[in-house]
Design a protein. Structure first.
Length: 370
């Protein structure tokens, strides 16, 4: 009879479960630590221990659960797991939790796995991971692990996207909001977007420096922000380069098409978008301001350095993944509705000289019906 322990660590207590199995094996079992952010995202994690017990292959894995207690705790736990030689660390939470765990695992043998429970789930969606707790656990059973690129902005690792300008500004607004999810995000975009003033940036790579007046600059390792909003539809996490996206200033009447392209994986075809690839860039702007890394905002100085680290993190992937395709999205439907009705509102906008107010009012009305 072979005995092992599954450790479930909660915020205040330690409890131990002794599981006995009639089968024996000479193969060493893989060790897994589930790092759970109990307050992140929109999904309850109460059923996780029972799901793990019923889904994870006990003949192959030993597991424990640790709940985070404060900001930065997930990174500390993951760092210790890597030092202890744990085989897989599973981030159970949203994009912030995934980033915390992942940044402690770069250039180690400990692999990242994801049980996505957030409002955006950008990395999980790019990798075609199931947005379902039980399906995610079944996928971990396969233990298919591959190496992927990651990025660093001013010393801060990111795995999907980083950027400055409007998307960093909105990340600040989103972080301050009481609600999460795509509707809250779009509400912030509508309220702030068309009055946001573009900035001038100097972007330098190995070919030289170029000046741009831009609404935002994004550096993408993966294809999307989350919620199937594709800022870099052709981005790969294995090609050794990041996609740099410059969104030029646009008018109120051009905004709906940009939004449609964002959710329809066609943003790279929009005339307001300029893109190139690079391993490393330096960005200078006129004054200090916000940047974001995987949606987490932070204030920094006027100079920003972004670089890619090739195949620096190991991730448990979906062996049944197929290339993701655009699929119905309530936000995209709302923008499409607005775009189809743009001729109706144009005359009123022009007569009253209140272009921003009219478009935002119509959009918010559409969103309220979802």
């Amino acid at each position: 009879m072979y005995l092992f322990r599954n450790f479930i660590v909660t915020e205040h207590t330690f409890s131990y479960k002794i599981c006995t199995f009639a089968t024996m094996t000479n193969d060493k079992k893989m060790t897994i630590t589930f790092i759970v952010n109990p307050i992140s995202g929109t999904h309850s994690k109460a059923e996780l221990p029972e799901l793990i017990e019923s889904t994870l292959d006990a003949n192959r894995f030993e597991w424990r659960i640790i709940q985070t207690e404060y900001a930065g705790h997930a990174a500390e736990i993951a760092r210790q797991c890597a030092a202890d030689g744990v085989d897989i660390c599973v981030a159970v939470g949203g994009d912030g939790t995934v980033n915390e765990v992942a940044r402690s695992l770069v250039h180690t043998q400990t692999a990242l796995a994801i049980v996505p429970c957030g409002s955006g789930n950008g990395l999980a969606r790019h990798l075609c991971l199931p947005i379902d707790m039980k399906k995610s656990l079944r996928m971990i059973n396969e233990a298919k692990i591959e190496a992927f690129d990651y990025g660093v902005i001013n010393g801060l690792p990111f795995f999907c996207t980083c950027g400055m300008g409007f998307d960093a500004f909105i990340s600040l607004k989103f972080a301050e909001a009481g609600k999460r999810g795509p509707i809250t995000y779009v509400e912030n975009v509508l309220k702030e977007g068309l009055k946001y003033q573009p900035e001038t940036y100097e972007i330098e790579d190995e070919t030289g420096a170029v000046h741009y007046k831009a609404f935002l600059i994004a550096c993408a390792n993966a294809s999307q922000y989350g919620n199937n909003a594709y800022i870099a539809p052709k981005a790969s996490m294995m090609d050794g380069v990041m996609d740099v996206i410059i969104m030029e200033p646009f008018s109120a009447l051009e905004a709906p098409q940009i939004a449609i392209d964002l959710f329809n994986k066609t943003l790279d075809k929009n005339s307001k978008i300029k893109t190139f690839q690079a391993k490393k860039i330096h960005i200078h702007r006129e004054k200090p301001g916000a940047i974001h890394f995987d949606g987490d905002p932070i204030m920094t100085d006027a100079d920003v350095d972004v670089e890619l680290q090739h195949l620096g993190i190991r991730i448990v992937t979906n062996p049944e993944a197929i290339e993701d395709q655009p699929h119905p999205n309530p936000v995209l439907n709302a923008f499409s509705d607005l775009f189809n009705n743009i001729n109706i509102v144009r005359e009123d906008i022009e007569k009253r000289g209140r272009r921003i107010h009219a478009i935002n009012k119509l959009m918010l009305r559409k969103l309220s019906k979802l």
